[in-house]
Design a protein. Structure first.
Length: 377
């Protein structure tokens, strides 16, 4: 490790998968590896998930599914978000990627791809039960189901699941979650009355699995908890472990005289002669600029606060509480599992008023990922 490195512990991923499987023993976990597995690396995480016996992987984009196929993954994959004309739909259908359908245009595209490939496309019909993102509204649902029935009867598609996504599953006993359950049941009943059934139902994300036993249906879609980060208030009791540790090293250590400013805007002025260290990663690497004067990194076992603003490539920390022999090259832990006093990604999120998801997914391309764990060769 020279400047910066994110070490991903695949044993932690395997542990977290086992924890989630223990919570929902009768469900198949769909491990969500969108956005490069939340910054952890889609291909290694997918490989670990398969080794852990995971049947389903979930991604947002068709291109993300094809990247997994290119890596040699032949298992079940669902992709759920695309816009009309996406050039990857043909390849997804030809390569047996399941696709989510919320609208008649999407159904038409998938059916056309199936026709062209001479195959049957598997679709998951998404119902908008109140998140108001993707998903078919209850008003449009009968028309979509009728079109699905025709495409199915023509031998072009097969309905694998009905599904939806919660808005508030990270809150315990939230009444809106119950409203969403009710709309979901109403929609599946309408579909059945129109002659369209599906072997699977899936509703839950990580928070839904942890907080709502009724959401532990035949498939559950778990992302953030697989990576060991908080899924919200319901998740406190779940013994998952953060899988990623972000390391760096001090690029410089020096003393600046009283009154000297630090970083752009000189928002911090040394109140005394001050011992400072330079950490050579910045917002281009994913360190939130909002962590200026707020974040803390572990240097030689002791937390060092950020002084002044985080810049594109670097930030400065206060070493006044550190031993004076700390020098350039000293190891810096930006975040990790928290076992040695370092902040977690969730701590960074709290300090910068965001969520752990954003802290790990924003990690930049300049930060190499390294893997460790029993299954990693
Ligand atoms: C990202 C995502 C998930 C995973 O959510 P987590 O909160 O990370 O468990 C599940 N389903 C859909 C539709 C998603 O977009």
């Amino acid at each position: 490790m020279i400047r910066a490195e994110a070490v991903v512990d695949l044993d932690a991923i395997a542990h977290n998968i086992a924890v989630l499987q223990g919570i929902a023993p009768d469900s198949e976990l769909m491990v969500v590896v969108k956005a490069d597995a939340y910054g952890h690396g889609a291909i290694p995480v997918a490989r670990q998930a398969r080794e852990s016996g995971i049947n389903w992987l979930g991604v947002a984009l068709p291109s993300e599914a094809l990247e997994l196929r290119s890596s040699g993954d032949l298992g079940r994959i669902l992709a759920w978000l695309w816009a009309p004309g996406d050039l990857d739909i043909d390849a997804c259908v030809a390569q047996s990627v399941d696709l989510s359908v919320s609208s008649t245009w999407a159904l038409a595209e998938v059916a056309a791809s199936a026709q062209a490939a001479g195959t049957v496309a598997r679709i998951h019909l998404k119902i908008d039960t109140g998140l108001s993102r993707n998903g078919c509204t209850l008003a449009d649902w009968p028309e979509l189901v009728t079109a699905v029935r025709a495409a199915r009867d023509a031998g072009l598609i097969e309905v694998e699941a009905f599904w939806t996504h919660f808005a508030n599953a990270d809150v315990a006993d939230d009444p809106y979650v119950l409203v969403q359950f009710e709309k979901f049941s109403a929609a599946t009943a309408v579909a059945e009355s129109l002659g369209v059934e599906a072997p699977h139902l899936h509703l839950a994300n990580s928070a839904g699995v942890i907080g709502y036993s009724a959401a532990r249906t035949s498939i559950v879609r778990t992302g953030i908890s697989v990576y060991g980060l908080s899924a919200g208030v319901v998740a406190g009791a779940v013994p998952v472990v953060p899988a990623m540790t972000l390391h760096s090293r001090l690029a410089m250590v020096k003393t600046i005289p009283v009154g000297t400013g630090v970083s752009y805007g000189t928002s911090w002025l040394a109140p005394n002669d001050a011992r400072i260290g330079l950490v050579p990663i910045g917002y281009a690497d994913g360190i939130p600029r909002a962590a200026s004067a707020r974040g803390k990194v572990l240097v030689a076992g002791t937390l060092a606060p950020i002084l002044g603003r985080v810049a594109m490539d670097q930030f400065v920390v206060d070493l006044s509480d550190h031993p004076t022999d700390i020098a350039a090259g000293a190891e810096v832990t930006v975040f990790g599992p928290g076992a040695h006093g370092e902040w977690t990604a969730d701590d960074w999120a709290e300090a910068t008023e965001t969520i752990g998801y954003e802290i790990v997914t924003r990690l930049g391309v300049r930060v190499p990922r390294r893997y460790r764990g029993a299954s990693w060769a």
